[in-house]
Design a protein around this ligand. Structure first.
Ligand code: ADP
Length: 673
């Protein structure tokens, strides 16, 4: 008959409950994680956008500050010579051109020789001598005439006359004399210190002439170098007299000096005079300034320019921007090349350069001047470059979609791992709960089985005792021998009952972990004898041959005497129960290296191989059928194993179905333990 397992229904509910408790939270968590990961990307995009917007306004603020500072360098103070302003604007300000006006609108720099009237041109006074020098080519005569004219002229005329004389002497082949006189009277003249622009132009001219006469002449090397140095010192030097020269003449000299200096290497050797600026750049800027001045003769031209704002200009080939700064006593108009602006802005924009964004800067016409070129991407942040750059904008672009992926991935990884951890925790707690509930179910079943078994096992002996006692009480017996027989039967049933109850009590204590053993040194021989004695009556009757092999002397063991007797009685009882009609049961005890071995052997039913491992489990019985003859509740062997384990011993079984079984209990001796 197929009996539905009583725990099955319960088990089904538990599985269902666990599935709900584990699967639902897990699925929920996975769904939540998926949502979190998606929203994390959005959050990262938002966070990055805000971050870069902040950074953009920080940078444009910095650009504004720095540009305002650069504009302040264009402040004109009357105490500062416009030429000094020019040198500062080129050197520190990095401008590519400069015009300086005073507060009346008069241009102070660059002053051109056309503006300043006749400066370096010799006066009409020299027309007669020129004819002799240049047309008649009478150099000796010209030299004398120049000498005479020098005596009656002013400083400027005298200088011009001496230069003419030296030139004539040189043409007449008297170079050494020309050199000596030129040095003494013109090129090294103390008039260079006066700051008279007309004289300075002549002195510079004399120096150039002197250089042309003594170049490649080893005898004058040091003079050559000295003259070059003096000439260079006149240029772009705030403390030098070169300031007084008109810009175009200064430029003429500067070009010559650059040419000589580059050729001879003297420029590099005297670079200290230029204070970190390159002569070439100064020349270029001055050229630019002059060109700009020629196009804008009056300041009125800049009336519609907004102060400190860049204004696109068309001047020459290179795109240029103009900037007017009205402050101090006058106005400065500065020029900045587009390339220079781009470089400057690129320096600011470099602070954007990171793994996440590209940038680009657009000018007032929407043309890209720096950063990435045309792009179809939408800028994540955009802003004006600053008030100084009307119409200029900076735009920032995220570098493709993977930026968010990268930025979010770290956070996502944290969420994923946390989620996984929770899932593992749910699974582990589910498993622990399942195990706990399973255990509880088994325990419940155990209790039910126990109660059923106890009732069943107690019922049989009690019923038979009652029948016997009732028979005796009713007087239904033949003679005294029958009475004795009945009483013996009652006694046996009683004994069986006692043993059953003993086992139940031991099991119950075992279950509650209350079983306390009184360990003391005992003789295995006495244990074996006590066990044999206990079963003697039962095993000694009928077709049962019970034999013992117990030596007189064996080493002592540390054990609970009564508990080990219970073990052996249970084993002997089983041997009796599970043997056929001709029973042969042996109890033997032997000593050895591993300890004392108690062996109970029978010639009974034997135990199938598959059941060998299970027979020590509680309530396990090989034959659970109702038809089985042997009484018992499946506790005997489990109790025996529990007791043996408590003695650090082992219990084993060898069995062959149909031939019998041998149970061996080994308990370590005091010496071996
Ligand atoms: P029970 O009260 O049923 O005897 P035990 O725990 O003592 O419970 O034994 C468990 C099962 O092991 C028995 O039901 C029986 O099937 C089997 N068994 C125990 N001892 C023997 C033996 N000597 N010969 C054959 N089978 C045995």
């Amino acid at each position: 008959m197929h009996r539905l397992h009583p725990g099955f229904g319960q088990f089904r509910w538990v599985v269902l409950l666990l599935a709900v408790a584990v699967i639902l939270p897990t699925v929920g968590l996975l769904w939540f994680m998926n949502k979190v990961v998606k929203s994390e990307r959005l959050v990262v995009r938002q966070r990055l956008t805000t971050f870069y917007r902040g950074r953009l306004s920080e940078v444009t603020g910095k650009v504004g500050d720095q540009w305002a500072q650069a504009c302040r360098q264009l402040e004109r103070k009357p105490s500062i010579h416009p030429y000094r302003l020019f040198v500062a604007a080129v050197g520190q300000g990095g401008y590519d051109g400069l015009l300086v006006y005073d507060d009346t609108g008069q241009r102070l720099y660059p002053v051109l020789s056309t503006d300043a009237g006749t400066l370096a041109r010799p006066s009409e006074d020299f027309r007669d001598i020129w004819e002799i020098e240049f047309i008649n080519q009478q150099y000796e005569r010209a030299a004398e005439m120049y000498e005479e004219r020098a005596r009656i002229s002013d400083d400027h005329g005298r200088l011009a006359a001496y230069i003419g004389k030296c030139r004539s002497l040189a043409k007449a082949g008297r170079t050494d004399q020309a050199i000596a006189e030129c040095k003494l009277r013109a090129a090294f003249s103390p008039l260079a210190e006066t700051g008279d622009s007309r004289c300075l132009a002549l002195i510079a001219n004399a120096r150039l002439l002197l250089l042309s006469w003594i170049q490649d002449n080893a005898a004058y090397t040091s003079l050559y170098e000295e003259t070059f140095r003096k000439l260079l010192a006149m240029l772009y030097n705030p403390n030098g007299a070169g300031f007084a020269l008109p810009a175009d003449e200064n430029l003429f000299i500067a070009r010559k000096v650059l040419e000589i200096g580059d050729r001879t290497g003297l420029l590099t050797r005297n670079s200290d005079l230029l204070r970190g600026t390159s002569l070439k750049r100064l020349i270029q800027v001055e050229e630019q300034s002059i060109r700009f001045a020629e196009q804008s003769p009056t300041i009125e031209k800049f009336d519609d320019w907004q102060g400190d704002r860049l204004q696109p200009l068309i001047l020459g080939e290179e795109p240029l921007y103009g900037l007017s700064h009205r402050a101090g006593r006058g106005t400065c108009m500065a020029l900045v090349s587009r390339a220079r602006l781009t470089r400057l802005l690129a320096e600011y924009a470099a602070s954007f350069q990171d793994a996440n964004v590209d940038y680009r800067i657009l000018d007032e016409a929407g043309k890209v001047v720096a950063g990435v070129g045309e792009t179809a991407r939408e800028p994540c942040a955009a802003g004006a470059v600053g008030p100084h750059f009307p119409g200029w904008t900076i735009q920032l672009f995220f570098k493709g979609g993977d930026v968010f992926e990268r930025a979010a991935s770290e956070q996502i990884a944290i969420y994923t791992w946390t989620g996984m951890l929770f899932i593992v925790l749910i699974l582990v707690s589910g498993a622990v709960a399942a195990k706990g509930i399973g255990h509880q179910i088994r325990l419940n079943k155990l209790k039910n089985d126990f109660i059923a078994t106890v009732t069943h096992e107690l019922k049989t002996p009690l019923a038979s005792m009652r029948v016997l006692v009732d028979t005796l009480l009713e007087g239904n017996y033949r003679d005294q021998s029958q009475v004795t027989e009945y009483l013996q039967l009652v006694s046996r049933e009683n004994e069986r009952l006692s043993r059953l109850i003993d086992n139940f009590l031991t099991f119950s204590r075992m279950e509650r972990n209350k079983q306390a053993f009184q360990m003391r040194p005992v003789s295995p021989v006495s244990i074996a004898h006590a066990a044999a004695e206990a079963v003697k009556t039962k095993l000694g009757r009928g077709h049962c041959c019970f034999a013992t092999q117990i030596p007189d002397q064996l080493p002592e063991i540390r054990a609970d005497h009564d508990a080990l007797v219970t073990v052996l009685v249970n084993l002997l009882d089983n041997a009796y129960k599970y043997s056929c009609d001709e029973k042969r049961i042996t109890l033997s005890v032997t000593g050895g290296a591993g300890g004392v071995r108690f062996a109970v052997a029978d010639n009974g039913l034997g135990i199938p191989r598959r059941a060998l491992k299970k027979i020590f489990e509680r309530f396990y019985q090989v034959d659970r059928s109702l038809s089985r003859r042997a009484e018992g509740c499946g506790l005997g062997l489990s109790i025996a194993k529990f007791i043996v384990d408590a003695h650090q011993g082992t219990i084993t079984v060898e069995s062959k179905p149909g031939q019998g079984s041998t149970f061996t209990v080994t308990i370590p001796t005091t010496a071996s333990a």
